[in-house]
Design a protein around this ligand. Structure first.
Ligand SMILES: Cc1cc2nc3c(=O)[nH]c(=O)nc-3n(C[C@H](O)[C@H](O)[C@H](O)COP(=O)(O)OP(=O)(O)OC[C@H]3O[C@@H](n4cnc5c(N)ncnc54)[C@H](O)[C@@H]3O)c2cc1C
Length: 498
């Protein structure tokens, strides 16, 4: 080996001496010319490239680009919503190299404005509370549920619950809230690229590869040890693998807008999300600021499709059909446009894959009646980050840690799915809207509304007991029956929750 190197150096020296005197250009050519084995390899490569089809060439180039762009991130996160930004902040704060690819440029509009007290624990852990305080979001201290005919109005006050850890939440304009969270991820050390759309992914023994389109419409490839899919209802990896299962009954659609002049208490007392239940549809009324209130209608997709008129006309028809909503919107003025979005409940058959975890809506989505979406996204984002951190330490591509992630997140989703399914039944509403202080059941209901999917035994047996009472209520009225028909009588305030 040493002898051949010496021989090579000598021969180069001789060429150099000879050529420099005779012809410098010849020297450059001779010296840059590959010799021996390298030359043979290059000749073979050139012959191969001549024979290569364009398709093969594209594959070879994409593999090459893949290697070049292989910047060895610990984790790559698809999507910078609450799920993605929480996961990436936890990872970055643990010293991991994380890349977030977000297809939009923030701030961008998003629906989902009422948060749960459970979010506060996560805000505190992530060091977000001062920034959220500075952003000036409105406090939320209760969730109020009403009947559309204005006969019953029941507040569930978080501060009165025994099983929830946090006494209040916030109402947010998502464009601002999501932006604060994503900026925080960036300031915590995550590399965040906005305007980048992930198109597909693959995984192998050593990591994951992602193909993404940049803002200037170029295709790029990235490598990381793990992939967290937080692409929301875009459901990138679940769709790629054909895992999405849509709930057969909950094929809903939401029609919504932002309004000024909604008849609500003065701004400092606007601390309630109001949910108004009609027979088979419901409204949300969420105060966002002194000027703005979000109002939305959730309706069966088929009923909406069969209705006459524009989305705005359909929206106002149902506003007028509900005394509880109509009185609040009597002088209201639309400040943006009425929008619609599909609101189908679904879940993915698997929440994990090889080196892959799905969080938030990319794991599953349910009718937003209990405002649990952002909480579930941030909570699963945290669990996914913890799984990746441990997997990096132990060099695992899947296994028990991943399975445990799947089990916990699925349990959380199933917990809320069950409550949502019950919500659309009349016996559930009868018990829910007329709570009795029986074994402290209202506290268990408050814990559900506050975001405690993994609450302790004291809460869980009460929730099971509540579902049993719902079954009994179907057969024998334990509390008075309710009616959705328009009423002439004055409004009845429901008994206090405790
Ligand atoms: C009508 C309606 C009302 C709702 N009301 C509430 C409510 O009051 N309270 C509540 O908590 N929740 C509510 N939700 C649910 C809530 O909006 C979601 O659960 C929550 O936003 C989920 O967060 P996420 O981070 O998983 O997804 P998202 O917030 O949707 O974030 C996903 C991000 O991924 C990006 N993305 C998608 N695809 C790609 C891609 N291919 N490449 C790169 N980036 C990508 C998107 O641009 C987006 O920014 C509501 C939902 C609906 C439909």
């Amino acid at each position: 080996m040493a002898a051949s190197q010496t021989k090579g150096r000598l021969s180069n020296k001789r060429i150099s001496l000879f050529s420099k005197r005779v012809c410098p250009h010849l020297a450059v050519w001779l010296l840059s010319r590959p010799s021996g084995k390298l030359a043979r390899v290059q000749k073979t490569e050139m012959r191969r490239q001549k024979r290569e089809s364009p398709r093969l060439r594209e594959i070879r180039l994409s593999l090459y680009r893949d290697r070049v762009n292989s910047t060895a991130y610990d984790a790559l996160v698809i999507g910078g919503g609450p799920g993605g930004s929480s996961a990436s902040t936890y990872l970055a704060r643990a010293g991991k190299r994380v890349l977030v690819l977000e297809k939009e440029v923030f701030p961008r509009f998003h629906i989902g404005e009422s948060l749960l007290p459970g979010n506060h624990t996560l805000f505190r852990e992530l060091g977000l509370l001062p920034k959220l305080h500075e952003a000036g979001f409105l406090r939320k201290t209760a969730a109020r549920f009403e009947l559309g005919n204005d006969s019953i109005s029941t507040p569930f006050i978080f501060g009165e619950g025994r099983f929830n850890r946090e006494p209040e939440a916030i109402h947010v304009e998502r464009s601002k809230f999501d932006h604060v969270l994503l900026q925080h991820a960036r300031e915590s050390g995550a590399e965040v690229r906005e305007g980048w759309t992930v198109q597909k992914f693959s995984s192998d023994d050593s990591g994951v590869s992602v193909e993404a389109r940049s803002p200037d419409d170029q295709v790029h490839h990235f490598r990381a040890s793990y992939l967290i899919d937080a692409s929301g209802r875009g459901n990138l990896t679940g769709n790629q693998e054909g895992l999405r299962v849509i709930h057969p009954q909950h094929r809903k659609l939401a029609v919504f807008g932002h309004f000024a002049n909604v008849d609500l208490p003065p701004v400092e007392q606007r601390t309630e999300t109001i949910i108004v239940r009609l027979e088979n549809k419901w409204f949300w009324i969420i105060p966002l600021s002194a000027e703005k209130t979000s109002v939305g209608l959730v309706i069966d997709k088929d009923e909406f499709a069969a209705s006459e008129g524009s989305p705005e006309e359909i929206f106002h028809r149902w506003v007028n059909a509900s005394a509880a909503v109509k009185k609040r919107l009597a002088n209201a003025r639309l400040v943006n446009t009425i929008q619609t979005t599909s609101d189908f409940s679904y879940y993915n058959r698997r929440l994990i894959g090889h080196r892959l975890l799905r969080v938030g809506d990319a794991a599953g989505f349910m009718d937003p009646i209990f405002s649990a979406g952002v909480f579930l996204a941030m909570w699963s984002g945290k669990l996914a980050a913890e799984t990746v951190i441990a997997a990096l330490d132990h060099g695992e591509a899947n296994g028990p840690r991943f399975a445990s992630y799947e089990k916990r997140v699925r349990r959380g989703l199933t917990f809320y799915w069950r409550v949502v399914e019950n919500y659309y039944t009349t016996p559930f509403m009868e018990l829910f809207l007329q709570p009795r202080n029986h074994f402290d059941l209202p506290s268990a209901v408050i814990a559900v509304l506050a975001g405690e999917p993994e609450g302790g035994w004291e809460m869980r047996w009460r929730v099971q007991y509540f579902f049993l009472l719902v079954k009994l209520q179907k057969l024998w009225p334990l509390v008075p029956r309710i009616s959705f028909a328009p009423l002439k009588e004055a409004r009845i305030e429901a008994p206090a929750t405790r």
